[in-house]
Design a protein around this ligand. Structure first.
Ligand code: AMP
Ligand code: MG
Length: 185
């Protein structure tokens, strides 16, 4: 089984996934890391935050290549994005050719309050986060719900919206673990 876990940058996805990985048998694969390895090897980027600024056709080519690799792996949780906020507009993380390749059973979308996300981004020195306003963050989270619904309708996969309350990522992690266990019963 393959599932997708997503959430906008700063939502706390990595923290939650660390906790989830200790409690389930799935291997967690970061889509962006695979894309980064490819783009880095080609000399196109220096950091993972450069990927979304690349020419769109190039991003789509690397995305496609990455989905071909993932399509051959089973029992994985794919850490990725419903949509990527690029300078050219929102880029779907799972366009039709990616969905067909991945055959996902369930989508998870982690969400938090916009002000909490903004604070977490400010405190994360490891990434070059966009300086989005609260309205930008709200819009991106809304867009991701629309994209999740579209992916679900297209593929028949279920969708789960997971709240990540401030200071307690374990609640979100346990909620995901419970749903994953349920799905494999
Ligand atoms: P992340 O560390 O999850 O933010 O991933 C790093 C970067 O990889 C993102 O900012 C995107 O540019 C790119 N990326 C990740 N997943 C996808 C995807 N499904 N489609 C296109 N680009 C992606
Ligand atoms: Mg992350």
């Amino acid at each position: 089984m393959r599932v997708v876990i997503s959430g906008i940058p700063g939502v706390g996805k990595s923290t939650i996934l660390d906790s989830v990985s200790k409690k389930v048998d799935y291997k967690i694969i970061n889509f962006g890391s695979l894309m980064f390895d490819i783009a880095k090897k080609e000399g196109l980027v220096n950091s993972r935050d450069d990927i979304r600024k690349l020419n769109i056709e190039l991003q789509k080519n690397i995305q496609k290549f990455t989905s071909n690799v993932l399509g051959k792996m089973d029992n994985i949780i794919i850490d990725t994005h419903m949509s990527i906020k690029s300078p050219y507009g929102y880029l779907p993380g799972l366009p039709e050719w990616v969905l067909n390749e991945l055959n996902v059973s369930s989508f998870f979308l982690i969400e938090s309050k916009p002000d909490e996300i903004r604070e977490r981004r400010k405190n994360d020195e490891t990434r070059l986060r966009d300086d989005d306003t609260l309205d930008d963050i709200k819009e991106h989270q809304e867009i991701n719900r629309y994209y999740a619904a579209a992916y679900s309708i297209y593929s028949g996969a279920t969708v789960n919206f997971i709240d990540n309350p401030e200071g307690n990522p374990e609640i979100a992690a346990d909620n995901i673990v419970m749903r994953l266990n349920h799905a494999t019963k």
